[in-house]
Design a protein around this ligand. Structure first.
Ligand code: GRF
Length: 235
C-alpha cells in the first residue's frame, strides 16, 4: 500500500503537527508527512518540522493581494508537495470555499472541543463557563463552514472541579496528540471517507484496534473518584 502524501498546515506551536510527524515516522503508518506550510514566518512549528527533516514553506496572507490569491498560493504549495491529504493543525485561517471544495474529503482539521459544541475560538474557557462535565476534541473533514464538517473521531476528557482554561486545555491537548494520528490514519487508509456530507466508516468487525479508535475516553473517566468529580458533588 502506498502511503498518502500528507501536508500539515500550521500557524503556531505545532504540537499536533509534531504528533503527526512522530506517528508517520513508523513506516507502517498509512500517511507520510511530506511538507509543512505555515501562514506565519515565526511559527514555532516550522523549526520543529525542519529539525525532523520535513520541508517547510511559508505562505503569508500579507504577501498576496487578495484572499483568492492567497488561497491559490496555498493550493500551489500543496501541489508542489504532491499532497494527497491536507491536515490543518492549529492553522488559524479560514480557507475559501473554492479551495476547500477542491480538497473536500481529503482535508481534515482538529478542533479542541466535542463538536458540534463550541465551534470557533476560546473553546476551553467557554466549556468551563457552560459548566459541561465532559469536554474533548474532534477531528473532522473540512467544509466551507468553519468547524462544521463531518466528524471522523472524537476523544473525551472530564472537566474537573477547580479546572481553569489552562488545566483543561492541557488535558485536552494530551488526547489531541493521540486522536489526530488515529484519525489521519483512518482517512489515509480509506477507512473513514466523506460521502454526501457525512463520514462513512468502514466496517471494523475484523479490526478491533481501529474499532475503538473512532471514539476515545481516557481511563480516569472509568474511575469512581473522577466520576464524583464529574458530578461536582458538593457537601
Ligand atoms: C490545538 O488545540 C488545536 O486543536 C487547535 O489549535 C491548537 C493548536 O495547537 N486547532 P498546536 O499548534 O497543534 O500545538
Amino acid at each position: 500500500m502506498s502511503r498518502k502524501r500528507t501536508v500539515v498546515l500550521i500557524s503556531g506551536r505545532g504540537s499536533n503537527m509534531t504528533a503527526l510527524i512522530a506517528a508517520a515516522s513508523d513506516p507502517s503508518y498509512p500517511a507520510e508527512i511530506v511538507g509543512v506550510i505555515s501562514d506565519r514566518a515565526n511559527a514555532a512549528g516550522l523549526g520543529i518540522a525542519q529539525s525532523r527533516g520535513i520541508a517547510t514553506k511559508v505562505v503569508q496572507r500579507a504577501d498576496h493581494p487578495s484572499k483568492d490569491a492567497y488561497d491559490a498560493a496555498v493550493d500551489a504549495a500543496l501541489a508542489g508537495f504532491g499532497a494527497d491529504i491536507v491536515a490543518l493543525a492549529g492553522y488559524m485561517r479560514i480557507l475559501g470555499r473554492g479551495l476547500v471544495e477542491k480538497w473536500q474529503g481529503r482535508m481534515v482539521n482538529i478542533h479542541p472541543a466535542l463538536l458540534p459544541a463550541f465551534k470557533g475560538l476560546d473553546t476551553h474557557a467557554r466549556a468551563i463557563r457552560a459548566g459541561v462535565r465532559i469536554h474533548g476534541c474532534s477531528v473532522h473533514f473540512v467544509t466551507p463552514e468553519m468547524d462544521d464538517g463531518p466528524i471522523i473521531a472524537q476523544a473525551a476528557v472530564p472537566v474537573m472541579v477547580g479546572d481553569n482554561e489552562d488545566t483543561l486545555a492541557a488535558r485536552v491537548l494530551k488526547v489531541e496528540h493521540r486522536l489526530y494520528p488515529l484519525a489521519l490514519g483512518l482517512v489515509a487508509e480509506g477507512k473513514a471517507s466523506m460521502e454526501k456530507g457525512h463520514t462513512v466508516l468502514a466496517h471494523f468487525a475484523d479490526d478491533a484496534d481501529n474499532a475503538s479508535s473512532v471514539v476515545m475516553a481516557p481511563d480516569p473517566l472509568r474511575e469512581e473518584t473522577d466520576l464524583e468529580q464529574l458530578a461536582r458533588i458538593t457537601p
